[in-house]
Write a protein that binds this ligand. Sequence first.
Ligand code: LGS
Length: 504
Amino acid sequence: IALPSPPPALYPSFYSPGPGDILPDLKFPPGFLFGVDTAAYQVEGATMEEGKGPSAWDWASRQPGTIADNTTADVVDLHYYLYKEDIARIAALGVNSHSFSISWARIFPFGAAGSPINQQGLDHYADVIESHLKANITPVVTLFHWDTPLALEVYYGGFTSPNITDDFINYAKTVFTAYNGSVHTWYTFNEPRVFCGQVGSYPFNLTYAPGVNISTAPYQCSYNLLKAHAGAVKGIEMKITGEIAFKSDDYVGIPWRGNNTDDIAAVERHAAFQIGVFADPVFTTGDWPQILKDTLPPEYLPRLTEDEQKDILGTADFFAIDAYRTFYVAAPPDGLSACVNDSSHPDWPTCNLETQYDSNVGWAVGPAADPLSDWLQATPQFLRDSFKEYHKRWPSPKIYFSEFGFAEPFEGVRQPPEIHDVTEDFMNQDYYMTYLGELLLSIHEDGIPVQGAFAWAMVDNAEWNSGLSSRFGIQFVNYSTPTLERTYKRSAFALAEFFKAHLQ
Ligand code: LGS
Protein backbone atom coordinates (compact mmCIF):
# COMPACT_ATOMS: atom_id res chain seq x y z
CA ILE A 1 0.00 0.00 0.00
CA ALA A 2 1.40 3.41 -0.98
CA LEU A 3 0.62 6.43 1.09
CA PRO A 4 -1.65 8.79 -0.85
CA SER A 5 -0.81 12.49 -0.80
CA PRO A 6 -2.74 14.25 1.89
CA PRO A 7 -5.72 16.15 0.53
CA PRO A 8 -5.44 19.93 0.75
CA ALA A 9 -6.49 21.27 4.15
CA LEU A 10 -10.10 22.37 4.15
CA TYR A 11 -9.55 25.06 6.70
CA PRO A 12 -6.62 26.27 8.78
CA SER A 13 -5.42 24.43 11.82
CA PHE A 14 -5.02 26.21 15.15
CA TYR A 15 -1.44 25.14 15.10
CA SER A 16 0.49 26.97 12.45
CA PRO A 17 3.85 25.25 11.85
CA GLY A 18 3.79 22.20 9.63
CA PRO A 19 4.77 18.89 11.25
CA GLY A 20 8.28 19.08 9.77
CA ASP A 21 8.83 22.64 10.98
CA ILE A 22 8.29 21.96 14.66
CA LEU A 23 11.73 22.02 16.31
CA PRO A 24 13.36 20.74 13.12
CA ASP A 25 16.79 20.33 14.69
CA LEU A 26 15.64 18.07 17.49
CA LYS A 27 15.55 14.39 16.60
CA PHE A 28 14.28 11.37 18.44
CA PRO A 29 17.05 9.15 19.77
CA PRO A 30 18.22 6.21 17.64
CA GLY A 31 15.96 3.19 17.88
CA PHE A 32 12.95 5.32 18.86
CA LEU A 33 9.63 3.54 18.39
CA PHE A 34 7.01 5.47 16.46
CA GLY A 35 3.95 3.42 17.20
CA VAL A 36 0.21 3.13 17.03
CA ASP A 37 -1.93 1.33 19.59
CA THR A 38 -4.85 -1.06 19.56
CA ALA A 39 -6.34 -3.59 21.98
CA ALA A 40 -7.89 -6.95 21.10
CA TYR A 41 -11.45 -6.33 22.29
CA GLN A 42 -11.54 -2.89 20.69
CA VAL A 43 -10.51 -3.82 17.13
CA GLU A 44 -10.57 -7.57 16.49
CA GLY A 45 -14.26 -8.46 16.22
CA ALA A 46 -14.78 -12.17 15.48
CA THR A 47 -15.58 -12.55 19.16
CA MET A 48 -17.08 -16.00 18.77
CA GLU A 49 -14.91 -17.38 16.03
CA GLU A 50 -12.03 -19.83 15.67
CA GLY A 51 -12.39 -21.24 19.14
CA LYS A 52 -12.40 -18.02 21.16
CA GLY A 53 -14.23 -18.04 24.47
CA PRO A 54 -16.33 -15.06 25.58
CA SER A 55 -14.75 -12.29 27.60
CA ALA A 56 -16.32 -10.17 30.33
CA TRP A 57 -16.71 -7.35 27.84
CA ASP A 58 -18.46 -9.59 25.32
CA TRP A 59 -20.96 -10.19 28.10
CA ALA A 60 -21.11 -6.60 29.29
CA SER A 61 -21.61 -5.15 25.82
CA ARG A 62 -24.80 -7.22 25.55
CA GLN A 63 -26.33 -5.73 28.68
CA PRO A 64 -28.72 -2.91 27.85
CA GLY A 65 -27.42 0.47 28.86
CA THR A 66 -23.78 -0.54 29.16
CA ILE A 67 -22.59 0.78 25.81
CA ALA A 68 -23.70 4.29 24.85
CA ASP A 69 -24.71 3.44 21.30
CA ASN A 70 -25.69 -0.15 22.10
CA THR A 71 -23.01 -1.60 19.84
CA THR A 72 -21.09 -4.75 20.64
CA ALA A 73 -17.54 -5.36 19.46
CA ASP A 74 -18.57 -8.53 17.63
CA VAL A 75 -17.62 -7.06 14.27
CA VAL A 76 -16.06 -3.68 14.95
CA ASP A 77 -12.94 -3.42 12.70
CA LEU A 78 -12.58 -7.15 11.97
CA HIS A 79 -8.88 -6.63 12.58
CA TYR A 80 -8.82 -10.33 13.44
CA TYR A 81 -9.14 -11.01 9.70
CA LEU A 82 -7.85 -7.73 8.26
CA TYR A 83 -4.58 -7.50 10.18
CA LYS A 84 -2.40 -7.88 7.09
CA GLU A 85 -4.09 -4.91 5.41
CA ASP A 86 -3.90 -2.93 8.62
CA ILE A 87 -0.19 -3.64 8.94
CA ALA A 88 0.40 -2.53 5.34
CA ARG A 89 -1.53 0.68 5.96
CA ILE A 90 0.53 1.66 8.98
CA ALA A 91 3.77 0.64 7.28
CA ALA A 92 2.86 3.09 4.51
CA LEU A 93 2.76 5.84 7.14
CA GLY A 94 6.28 4.99 8.25
CA VAL A 95 5.06 3.64 11.59
CA ASN A 96 7.74 1.33 12.98
CA SER A 97 5.86 -0.23 15.89
CA HIS A 98 2.39 -1.49 16.82
CA SER A 99 1.31 -1.97 20.40
CA PHE A 100 -1.53 -4.50 20.50
CA SER A 101 -2.97 -6.99 22.95
CA ILE A 102 -3.60 -10.70 22.91
CA SER A 103 -7.04 -11.90 23.88
CA TRP A 104 -6.63 -14.33 26.78
CA ALA A 105 -9.92 -16.04 25.84
CA ARG A 106 -8.56 -16.82 22.37
CA ILE A 107 -5.71 -18.80 23.88
CA PHE A 108 -7.62 -20.24 26.84
CA PRO A 109 -11.35 -20.10 26.02
CA PHE A 110 -12.11 -21.04 29.63
CA GLY A 111 -9.28 -18.98 31.04
CA ALA A 112 -8.05 -21.38 33.67
CA ALA A 113 -4.75 -23.22 33.98
CA GLY A 114 -5.31 -26.83 32.99
CA SER A 115 -8.25 -25.98 30.72
CA PRO A 116 -7.92 -26.63 26.97
CA ILE A 117 -5.64 -24.47 24.85
CA ASN A 118 -7.05 -23.16 21.59
CA GLN A 119 -4.31 -23.87 19.08
CA GLN A 120 -6.02 -21.73 16.43
CA GLY A 121 -5.67 -18.74 18.72
CA LEU A 122 -1.98 -19.41 19.31
CA ASP A 123 -1.38 -19.86 15.58
CA HIS A 124 -3.29 -16.69 14.81
CA TYR A 125 -1.10 -14.48 16.96
CA ALA A 126 2.02 -16.24 15.70
CA ASP A 127 1.06 -15.10 12.21
CA VAL A 128 0.12 -11.62 13.45
CA ILE A 129 3.56 -11.27 15.02
CA GLU A 130 5.37 -12.66 11.97
CA SER A 131 3.44 -10.34 9.67
CA HIS A 132 4.59 -7.35 11.71
CA LEU A 133 8.20 -8.49 11.63
CA LYS A 134 8.07 -8.97 7.87
CA ALA A 135 6.85 -5.40 7.48
CA ASN A 136 9.64 -4.13 9.79
CA ILE A 137 7.09 -3.16 12.41
CA THR A 138 8.15 -3.95 15.97
CA PRO A 139 5.34 -5.77 17.77
CA VAL A 140 4.77 -4.60 21.34
CA VAL A 141 2.46 -7.06 23.04
CA THR A 142 0.10 -6.59 25.98
CA LEU A 143 -1.11 -9.73 27.71
CA PHE A 144 -4.16 -8.21 29.34
CA HIS A 145 -6.15 -5.23 28.11
CA TRP A 146 -9.22 -5.72 30.34
CA ASP A 147 -10.90 -8.64 28.53
CA THR A 148 -11.02 -11.22 31.32
CA PRO A 149 -12.26 -14.62 30.11
CA LEU A 150 -15.92 -14.68 31.11
CA ALA A 151 -15.57 -18.14 32.56
CA LEU A 152 -13.23 -16.80 35.23
CA GLU A 153 -15.73 -14.12 36.20
CA VAL A 154 -18.39 -16.76 36.56
CA TYR A 155 -16.25 -19.29 38.44
CA TYR A 156 -14.72 -16.99 40.97
CA GLY A 157 -15.22 -13.29 40.26
CA GLY A 158 -12.25 -12.60 38.04
CA PHE A 159 -9.63 -10.34 39.57
CA THR A 160 -11.38 -10.13 42.91
CA SER A 161 -10.25 -13.72 43.53
CA PRO A 162 -6.72 -14.83 44.40
CA ASN A 163 -7.27 -17.73 41.97
CA ILE A 164 -6.69 -15.34 39.10
CA THR A 165 -3.01 -15.04 39.89
CA ASP A 166 -2.06 -18.59 38.96
CA ASP A 167 -4.36 -18.62 35.97
CA PHE A 168 -2.81 -15.43 34.64
CA ILE A 169 0.73 -16.67 35.22
CA ASN A 170 -0.11 -19.86 33.37
CA TYR A 171 -1.54 -17.89 30.45
CA ALA A 172 1.47 -15.57 30.43
CA LYS A 173 3.91 -18.50 30.39
CA THR A 174 2.06 -20.10 27.50
CA VAL A 175 2.25 -16.91 25.47
CA PHE A 176 5.87 -16.17 26.36
CA THR A 177 6.90 -19.67 25.43
CA ALA A 178 5.06 -19.49 22.12
CA TYR A 179 6.42 -16.12 21.01
CA ASN A 180 9.67 -15.67 22.87
CA GLY A 181 12.33 -14.54 20.46
CA SER A 182 9.82 -12.86 18.14
CA VAL A 183 8.56 -10.28 20.60
CA HIS A 184 11.03 -8.10 22.45
CA THR A 185 8.74 -5.68 24.33
CA TRP A 186 5.90 -6.90 26.54
CA TYR A 187 3.32 -5.44 28.86
CA THR A 188 1.59 -7.61 31.40
CA PHE A 189 -1.33 -5.29 32.19
CA ASN A 190 -2.91 -2.25 30.62
CA GLU A 191 -3.80 0.52 33.07
CA PRO A 192 -4.43 -1.54 36.19
CA ARG A 193 -5.75 1.51 38.05
CA VAL A 194 -8.54 2.03 35.54
CA PHE A 195 -9.25 -1.69 35.41
CA CYS A 196 -9.38 -2.22 39.17
CA GLY A 197 -11.31 1.03 39.57
CA GLN A 198 -14.03 -0.43 37.41
CA VAL A 199 -13.80 -3.50 39.52
CA GLY A 200 -15.35 -1.32 42.20
CA SER A 201 -18.59 -2.27 40.60
CA TYR A 202 -17.63 -5.89 40.08
CA PRO A 203 -18.50 -8.36 38.83
CA PHE A 204 -20.65 -7.37 35.92
CA ASN A 205 -21.49 -3.74 36.16
CA LEU A 206 -18.77 -2.52 33.88
CA THR A 207 -19.42 1.15 33.93
CA TYR A 208 -16.69 3.63 34.56
CA ALA A 209 -18.17 4.79 37.84
CA PRO A 210 -16.06 2.98 40.39
CA GLY A 211 -16.30 2.43 43.98
CA VAL A 212 -19.24 4.42 45.24
CA ASN A 213 -21.12 1.66 47.02
CA ILE A 214 -18.31 -0.67 47.01
CA SER A 215 -16.72 -3.21 49.04
CA THR A 216 -13.14 -4.22 49.12
CA ALA A 217 -13.12 -5.10 45.42
CA PRO A 218 -10.76 -2.46 43.94
CA TYR A 219 -7.98 -3.24 46.37
CA GLN A 220 -8.48 -6.99 46.25
CA CYS A 221 -8.15 -6.60 42.50
CA SER A 222 -5.02 -4.48 42.89
CA TYR A 223 -3.46 -7.05 45.19
CA ASN A 224 -4.22 -10.02 42.95
CA LEU A 225 -3.20 -8.18 39.83
CA LEU A 226 0.10 -7.02 41.27
CA LYS A 227 0.94 -10.56 42.30
CA ALA A 228 -0.09 -11.83 38.88
CA HIS A 229 2.17 -9.23 37.25
CA ALA A 230 5.15 -10.06 39.44
CA GLY A 231 4.62 -13.80 39.09
CA ALA A 232 4.46 -13.57 35.32
CA VAL A 233 7.60 -11.46 35.11
CA LYS A 234 9.63 -13.51 37.58
CA GLY A 235 8.42 -16.83 36.27
CA ILE A 236 9.51 -16.16 32.78
CA GLU A 237 12.84 -14.46 33.22
CA MET A 238 12.29 -12.54 30.06
CA LYS A 239 15.17 -10.29 30.87
CA ILE A 240 17.45 -12.43 28.75
CA THR A 241 15.60 -11.81 25.51
CA GLY A 242 13.27 -8.93 26.06
CA GLU A 243 11.83 -6.21 28.23
CA ILE A 244 8.63 -6.16 30.21
CA ALA A 245 6.55 -3.73 32.27
CA PHE A 246 2.93 -2.71 32.74
CA LYS A 247 1.21 0.36 31.31
CA SER A 248 0.39 3.01 33.87
CA ASP A 249 -2.26 5.58 33.27
CA ASP A 250 -2.99 8.88 34.92
CA TYR A 251 -0.95 11.81 36.05
CA VAL A 252 0.80 13.35 38.96
CA GLY A 253 -1.43 16.37 39.52
CA ILE A 254 -0.36 20.00 39.57
CA PRO A 255 -1.03 21.78 42.89
CA TRP A 256 -3.91 24.13 42.16
CA ARG A 257 -2.67 26.99 44.28
CA GLY A 258 1.04 26.63 43.61
CA ASN A 259 2.82 26.44 46.90
CA ASN A 260 -0.27 25.92 49.02
CA THR A 261 0.69 23.13 51.41
CA ASP A 262 -2.80 21.60 51.49
CA ASP A 263 -2.80 21.35 47.72
CA ILE A 264 0.66 19.85 47.72
CA ALA A 265 -0.55 17.27 50.24
CA ALA A 266 -3.54 16.63 47.99
CA VAL A 267 -1.20 15.96 45.08
CA GLU A 268 0.72 13.46 47.18
CA ARG A 269 -2.45 11.77 48.26
CA HIS A 270 -3.70 11.67 44.69
CA ALA A 271 -0.43 10.17 43.44
CA ALA A 272 -0.53 7.52 46.18
CA PHE A 273 -4.08 6.48 45.42
CA GLN A 274 -3.68 6.54 41.66
CA ILE A 275 -0.44 5.66 39.82
CA GLY A 276 1.32 4.93 43.10
CA VAL A 277 -0.85 1.91 43.91
CA PHE A 278 1.04 -0.08 41.30
CA ALA A 279 4.11 2.02 40.54
CA ASP A 280 5.40 2.35 44.12
CA PRO A 281 5.51 -1.39 44.75
CA VAL A 282 7.08 -2.20 41.38
CA PHE A 283 9.53 0.69 40.99
CA THR A 284 10.47 1.99 44.41
CA THR A 285 9.51 0.13 47.57
CA GLY A 286 7.91 -3.24 46.92
CA ASP A 287 5.06 -2.06 49.13
CA TRP A 288 1.88 0.02 48.91
CA PRO A 289 2.30 3.77 49.39
CA GLN A 290 2.31 4.63 53.10
CA ILE A 291 -0.74 6.90 52.77
CA LEU A 292 -2.70 3.94 51.47
CA LYS A 293 -1.77 1.79 54.42
CA ASP A 294 -2.54 4.60 56.83
CA THR A 295 -5.96 5.10 55.28
CA LEU A 296 -7.16 1.61 54.47
CA PRO A 297 -7.41 -1.16 57.04
CA PRO A 298 -6.22 -4.64 55.99
CA GLU A 299 -9.79 -5.79 55.26
CA TYR A 300 -9.76 -3.30 52.41
CA LEU A 301 -6.15 -3.40 51.42
CA PRO A 302 -4.43 -6.76 51.92
CA ARG A 303 -0.95 -6.15 53.34
CA LEU A 304 2.03 -7.35 51.34
CA THR A 305 4.34 -9.69 53.20
CA GLU A 306 8.09 -9.21 53.06
CA ASP A 307 8.40 -12.09 50.61
CA GLU A 308 5.69 -10.67 48.39
CA GLN A 309 7.41 -7.29 48.45
CA LYS A 310 10.68 -8.85 47.37
CA ASP A 311 8.91 -10.61 44.52
CA ILE A 312 7.22 -7.44 43.33
CA LEU A 313 10.03 -4.90 43.57
CA GLY A 314 11.94 -4.44 40.33
CA THR A 315 9.52 -6.32 38.09
CA ALA A 316 9.60 -3.72 35.32
CA ASP A 317 12.38 -3.01 32.85
CA PHE A 318 10.94 0.35 31.87
CA PHE A 319 8.22 2.81 32.81
CA ALA A 320 5.25 3.06 30.44
CA ILE A 321 2.73 5.83 30.74
CA ASP A 322 -0.53 6.54 28.94
CA ALA A 323 -0.32 10.29 29.48
CA TYR A 324 -3.39 11.77 27.84
CA ARG A 325 -3.60 14.84 30.03
CA THR A 326 -2.92 16.32 33.42
CA PHE A 327 -5.15 17.93 36.02
CA TYR A 328 -4.85 20.36 38.80
CA VAL A 329 -5.39 18.82 42.18
CA ALA A 330 -6.59 20.83 45.15
CA ALA A 331 -7.53 20.18 48.73
CA PRO A 332 -11.29 20.09 49.21
CA PRO A 333 -12.85 22.94 51.18
CA ASP A 334 -12.34 21.25 54.52
CA GLY A 335 -8.63 21.36 53.83
CA LEU A 336 -8.19 17.63 54.25
CA SER A 337 -6.90 16.51 50.92
CA ALA A 338 -8.17 15.66 47.47
CA CYS A 339 -11.24 13.57 47.04
CA VAL A 340 -9.60 10.66 45.32
CA ASN A 341 -10.64 7.20 44.38
CA ASP A 342 -10.52 5.68 47.82
CA SER A 343 -14.17 5.78 48.63
CA SER A 344 -14.05 2.28 50.06
CA HIS A 345 -12.89 3.88 53.24
CA PRO A 346 -15.87 4.66 55.47
CA ASP A 347 -14.43 7.89 56.80
CA TRP A 348 -13.45 9.32 53.51
CA PRO A 349 -15.66 11.56 51.37
CA THR A 350 -16.97 9.53 48.49
CA CYS A 351 -16.38 10.59 44.97
CA ASN A 352 -16.15 8.94 41.61
CA LEU A 353 -14.22 9.55 38.45
CA GLU A 354 -17.13 11.42 36.95
CA THR A 355 -17.28 14.05 39.64
CA GLN A 356 -14.12 13.93 41.64
CA TYR A 357 -12.74 17.06 40.07
CA ASP A 358 -15.88 19.18 40.16
CA SER A 359 -15.53 20.84 43.47
CA ASN A 360 -11.84 20.87 43.95
CA VAL A 361 -9.89 20.96 40.79
CA GLY A 362 -10.68 24.24 39.18
CA TRP A 363 -11.24 24.18 35.49
CA ALA A 364 -10.57 20.54 34.83
CA VAL A 365 -14.09 19.31 35.33
CA GLY A 366 -14.71 15.68 34.36
CA PRO A 367 -16.32 14.43 31.13
CA ALA A 368 -17.82 17.43 29.52
CA ALA A 369 -21.27 17.87 28.12
CA ASP A 370 -19.73 20.08 25.49
CA PRO A 371 -17.07 18.11 23.65
CA LEU A 372 -15.17 21.30 22.98
CA SER A 373 -14.26 21.59 26.63
CA ASP A 374 -13.00 18.03 26.48
CA TRP A 375 -10.48 19.21 23.97
CA LEU A 376 -9.59 22.03 26.32
CA GLN A 377 -8.55 19.33 28.75
CA ALA A 378 -5.67 18.50 26.47
CA THR A 379 -2.71 19.76 28.45
CA PRO A 380 0.46 19.82 26.34
CA GLN A 381 1.75 22.66 28.53
CA PHE A 382 2.13 20.20 31.40
CA LEU A 383 3.67 17.32 29.51
CA ARG A 384 7.28 18.11 30.35
CA ASP A 385 6.52 18.61 34.03
CA SER A 386 4.58 15.37 34.06
CA PHE A 387 7.46 13.43 32.58
CA LYS A 388 9.82 14.98 35.11
CA GLU A 389 7.51 13.85 37.90
CA TYR A 390 7.16 10.33 36.56
CA HIS A 391 10.89 10.03 36.18
CA LYS A 392 11.65 11.43 39.61
CA ARG A 393 9.10 9.31 41.45
CA TRP A 394 9.43 6.02 39.56
CA PRO A 395 12.92 6.09 38.03
CA SER A 396 13.67 3.73 35.22
CA PRO A 397 16.31 3.63 32.49
CA LYS A 398 13.70 3.91 29.79
CA ILE A 399 10.23 5.38 29.32
CA TYR A 400 7.59 4.65 26.73
CA PHE A 401 4.87 7.21 26.09
CA SER A 402 2.59 4.26 25.60
CA GLU A 403 -0.70 5.98 24.67
CA PHE A 404 -1.84 9.48 23.80
CA GLY A 405 -4.55 10.79 21.54
CA PHE A 406 -7.89 12.42 21.34
CA ALA A 407 -11.35 11.46 20.09
CA GLU A 408 -12.49 14.05 17.64
CA PRO A 409 -16.24 14.61 17.71
CA PHE A 410 -17.42 15.26 14.19
CA GLU A 411 -20.90 16.34 15.06
CA GLY A 412 -20.59 19.82 13.69
CA VAL A 413 -19.25 21.27 16.91
CA ARG A 414 -15.89 22.26 15.59
CA GLN A 415 -16.12 22.19 11.85
CA PRO A 416 -17.97 24.69 9.77
CA PRO A 417 -21.20 22.89 8.87
CA GLU A 418 -20.48 23.08 5.17
CA ILE A 419 -17.39 20.96 5.67
CA HIS A 420 -18.34 18.28 8.12
CA ASP A 421 -15.56 15.98 7.00
CA VAL A 422 -14.95 12.94 9.18
CA THR A 423 -11.31 12.73 8.16
CA GLU A 424 -10.51 16.38 9.00
CA ASP A 425 -9.60 15.70 12.61
CA PHE A 426 -7.62 18.88 12.95
CA MET A 427 -7.97 19.02 16.73
CA ASN A 428 -6.51 15.57 17.02
CA GLN A 429 -3.72 16.63 14.69
CA ASP A 430 -3.03 19.67 16.87
CA TYR A 431 -3.13 17.50 19.96
CA TYR A 432 -0.48 15.18 18.51
CA MET A 433 1.74 17.96 17.20
CA THR A 434 1.74 19.98 20.41
CA TYR A 435 2.36 16.89 22.54
CA LEU A 436 5.15 15.67 20.30
CA GLY A 437 6.86 19.06 20.29
CA GLU A 438 6.83 19.03 24.09
CA LEU A 439 8.06 15.46 24.07
CA LEU A 440 11.08 16.41 21.99
CA LEU A 441 11.87 19.15 24.51
CA SER A 442 11.41 16.74 27.34
CA ILE A 443 13.97 14.41 25.79
CA HIS A 444 16.47 17.09 24.78
CA GLU A 445 16.09 19.79 27.44
CA ASP A 446 15.10 17.72 30.43
CA GLY A 447 17.03 14.55 29.69
CA ILE A 448 14.03 12.24 30.05
CA PRO A 449 14.85 8.87 28.43
CA VAL A 450 11.72 8.45 26.31
CA GLN A 451 12.26 5.78 23.67
CA GLY A 452 8.85 5.44 22.06
CA ALA A 453 5.56 7.24 21.46
CA PHE A 454 2.36 5.40 20.59
CA ALA A 455 -0.72 7.08 19.16
CA TRP A 456 -4.05 5.81 20.41
CA ALA A 457 -5.37 4.56 18.06
CA MET A 458 -4.43 2.91 14.78
CA VAL A 459 -8.07 2.93 13.63
CA ASP A 460 -11.44 3.97 15.05
CA ASN A 461 -12.60 1.24 17.40
CA ALA A 462 -14.91 0.15 20.20
CA GLU A 463 -14.24 2.69 22.92
CA TRP A 464 -15.55 0.63 25.87
CA ASN A 465 -18.73 2.23 27.23
CA SER A 466 -18.81 4.83 24.45
CA GLY A 467 -19.00 2.15 21.76
CA LEU A 468 -18.31 3.19 18.19
CA SER A 469 -19.34 6.77 18.77
CA SER A 470 -16.02 7.83 20.26
CA ARG A 471 -13.50 7.89 17.44
CA PHE A 472 -9.90 7.88 18.61
CA GLY A 473 -8.48 6.48 15.35
CA ILE A 474 -5.94 8.18 13.14
CA GLN A 475 -7.83 6.29 10.44
CA PHE A 476 -11.55 6.63 9.94
CA VAL A 477 -13.49 3.38 9.68
CA ASN A 478 -16.68 3.47 7.69
CA TYR A 479 -18.85 1.01 9.59
CA SER A 480 -21.52 1.20 6.91
CA THR A 481 -19.34 -0.42 4.27
CA PRO A 482 -19.13 -4.21 4.08
CA THR A 483 -15.35 -3.92 3.79
CA LEU A 484 -15.11 -1.69 6.87
CA GLU A 485 -13.17 0.73 4.74
CA ARG A 486 -10.34 2.64 6.39
CA THR A 487 -9.34 6.20 5.42
CA TYR A 488 -6.36 8.09 6.75
CA LYS A 489 -7.40 11.12 8.74
CA ARG A 490 -5.51 14.40 8.76
CA SER A 491 -3.78 13.35 11.99
CA ALA A 492 -2.28 10.28 10.29
CA PHE A 493 -0.60 12.40 7.62
CA ALA A 494 0.64 14.83 10.25
CA LEU A 495 2.12 12.05 12.37
CA ALA A 496 3.81 10.50 9.34
CA GLU A 497 5.37 13.81 8.42
CA PHE A 498 6.39 14.63 11.96
CA PHE A 499 8.17 11.35 12.46
CA LYS A 500 9.80 11.44 9.06
CA ALA A 501 11.29 14.79 10.00
CA HIS A 502 12.36 13.76 13.49
CA LEU A 503 13.37 10.10 13.36
CA GLN A 504 17.01 9.47 12.61
O1 LGS B 1 -9.44 3.11 24.37
C1 LGS B 1 -8.77 3.44 25.51
C2 LGS B 1 -8.07 4.74 25.41
C3 LGS B 1 -8.86 5.95 24.97
O2 LGS B 1 -8.55 6.98 25.94
C4 LGS B 1 -7.73 2.39 25.89
O3 LGS B 1 -8.26 1.10 25.85
C5 LGS B 1 -7.25 2.67 27.28
O4 LGS B 1 -6.08 1.91 27.51
C6 LGS B 1 -7.02 4.15 27.61
O5 LGS B 1 -7.54 4.37 28.88
N1 LGS B 1 -7.65 5.11 26.74
C7 LGS B 1 -7.94 6.42 26.99
N2 LGS B 1 -7.69 7.03 28.10
C8 LGS B 1 -7.71 8.45 28.32
C9 LGS B 1 -9.04 9.02 28.56
C10 LGS B 1 -9.03 10.51 28.54
C11 LGS B 1 -9.01 11.07 27.16
C12 LGS B 1 -9.12 12.56 27.17
C13 LGS B 1 -8.37 13.23 26.07
C14 LGS B 1 -8.49 14.69 26.23
C15 LGS B 1 -7.40 15.43 25.74
